[in-house]
Design a protein around this ligand. Structure first.
Ligand code: CP3
Length: 363
C-alpha cells in the first residue's frame, strides 16, 4: 500500500502499479477528458461557474468536476481538472474561449521580441489556483484513487501561442520552424523550463502521476518530431522530481499520432507511453519489450456504437494488450479525449468491461 503526504492509505493503487509494471489484480482504467461536457452534472457546474475558465480558476468547482466522473464510474485514477493552456495564459497571452470556437489568445508569439518578452514562470504564484485545486482534490479523494497532474508538451503549447488559438495546418508555427528554427527553439526552451516548474509544483501540491499531452506532435515530420517535440519532452522528464514521500512519480508521455516513434520515445525516461487508436497495441507491446508501460487506445468514436459493440472492442483491445502473456504494464484508456456527444451510459460500459474482461488474463 502506498502512503501519500497526508499518510492517507491509497485504497486503490492499481493505476500506479501498472505504470511501474508491478503486478495488478485487474486492468486499471481512466478516460482522457473524463470530466467534460458529455456529463450533465459537468454542464450544470459549468453553468454555475459562468464559463470554462472560471470553472478552472475556482478551487471548489474544479474539485467538484474532477470528482463527478468518479461518482458514476469505477475509474482507477482522477485527473486534475484544468487545461494545458493555463501556462501560456500565465505567460501573459490572455486566454479566452469564444462559444463554439475553442481557445484563443489576445496576443500571439511570432517574433524574436515576443519571445524575449515572455516572463519567467513562477508556477507556485502565477498558477496558484492550479496548485490549490491539486491539493484540494487530493484531500477530497481521501486515498480513493491516485491523482494525475498534467501539462501540454512545449511543441503543443507553442502551436497555440504562435497561431493564437486552435489550428489544423499550423501555418505560422511551421513557417517559424523552417524559416527561423532558432526562434522556435528559443520558445520551446522557455516552455520546457516553464513546464518543469509547473509540473514540479503540481507534484509538490500532491499530484501522484504526470501526463504530458503532446496532442499535435503527430503533425510533425519524422526528423522534426525528434528535434522540436521529443527533445523538449526529454528535457522536461529529466527536470522532474521523480519521487515524493518515498513514492516514485510515474510520467506518461502521450503523443497523438506518434505510434511510429515509440522506440525514440523510450529514451526520454518516461514510465509509460500513451497510444492513440491508429497504433496496434499488440505490435507496440512487441516493440517496447516491457521497458515501459502502455496506455490506450480505444477510438473514442467507438463509444457512439451500441453497448455490445463497445464490449467487443474492449475485448479485442485487452486481447492485444495481453497477447504475449504480460501480467501488467498496461492501463486501459481511450486513444484521445471522450467527446461531448457520448452517452454517459456508454462510458460505463467501457469502464466496467475493462475490469470484467481483464480477469481472463489477470485473474
Ligand atoms: O482529462 C480531463 O478530464 C482533465 C481536463 C482537461 C481539459 N483539457 C478540460 C477541458 C485536460 C487534460 C485538457 C487538456 C487539453 N486542453 C489538451 C490536450 C489534450 C487533448 O485533448 O489533446 C488540449 C489540446 C487543450 C486545449 C483545449 N481546451 C481545447 C482545444 C479546448 C476546446 C475543445 C473543446 O472540446 O471544446 C479546450 C477546452 C476544454 N478543456 C474543455 C474541457 C472540459 C471544454 C470546455 C467547455 O467546457 O466548454
Amino acid at each position: 500500500m502506498i502512503h501519500g503526504k497526508d499518510m492517507t492509505t491509497l485504497k486503490n493503487d492499481r493505476f500506479l502499479r501498472a505504470l511501474l509494471r508491478e503486478p495488478v489484480d485487474t486492468t486499471p482504467v481512466w478516460m482522457m477528458r473524463q470530466a467534460g461536457r458529455y456529463l450533465p452534472e459537468y454542464r450544470a457546474t459549468r453553468a454555475q461557474a459562468g464559463d470554462f475558465l472560471s470553472l478552472c480558476k475556482n478551487t471548489d468547482f474544479a474539485c467538484e468536476v474532477t470528482l463527478q466522473p468518479l461518482r458514476r464510474y469505477a475509474l482507477d485514477a482522477a485527473i486534475l481538472f484544468s487545461d494545458i493552456l493555463t501556462v501560456p495564459d500565465a505567460l501573459g497571452l490572455g486566454l479566452y474561449f469564444e462559444a463554439g470556437e475553442g481557445p484563443k489568445f489576445h496576443k500571439t508569439v511570432r517574433t524574436e521580441q515576443d519571445i524575449a518578452q515572455l516572463p519567467k514562470l513562477n508556477a507556485k504564484t502565477d498558477l496558484g489556483y492550479v496548485m490549490d485545486a491539486v491539493s484540494t482534490i487530493r484531500s477530497a479523494l481521501a486515498g480513493q484513487v491516485p491523482l494525475i497532474g498534467f501539462s501540454g508538451s512545449p511543441w503543443t503549447l507553442a502551436t497555440y501561442m504562435v497561431e493564437g488559438g486552435s489550428s489544423k495546418e499550423f501555418r505560422f508555427t511551421k513557417q517559424m520552424m523552417y524559416a527561423q528554427p532558432e526562434l522556435l527553439h528559443a520558445l520551446l526552451d522557455h516552455l520546457a523550463e516553464s513546464v518543469i516548474d509547473y509540473l514540479n509544483a503540481q507534484i509538490d501540491a500532491g499530484a501522484q502521476a504526470i501526463q504530458i499531452f503532446d496532442s499535435w506532435g503527430g503533425s510533425l515530420a519524422h526528423r522534426e518530431y525528434q528535434e522540436f517535440s521529443l527533445q523538449y519532452m526529454q528535457k522536461i522528464i529529466a527536470g522532474l522530481q521523480r519521487e515524493k514521500d518515498g513514492q516514485r512519480i510515474p510520467v506518461i508521455l502521450f503523443t497523438k499520432g506518434g505510434g511510429q516513434w515509440l522506440i525514440p520515445m523510450l529514451a526520454t525516461g518516461a514510465d509509460a507511453l500513451g497510444l492513440d487508436w491508429t497504433t496496434s497495441l499488440k505490435t507496440a507491446r512487441e516493440l517496447v519489450q516491457g521497458q515501459v508501460a502502455l496506455q490506450g487506445n480505444l477510438d473514442p468514436a467507438i463509444l457512439y456504437g451500441s453497448p455490445k459493440s463497445i464490449e467487443r472492442a474492449v475485448h479485442a483491445m485487452l486481447d492485444d494488450a495481453y497477447a504475449h502473456g504480460e501480467k501488467t504494464g498496461y492501463i486501459a484508456n481511450l486513444g484521445h479525449g471522450i467527446t461531448q456527444w457520448v452517452n454517459p451510459d456508454h462510458a460505463k460500459v467501457f469502464v466496467d468491461t475493462v475490469h470484467e474482461y481483464s480477469a481472463k488474463y489477470l485473474g
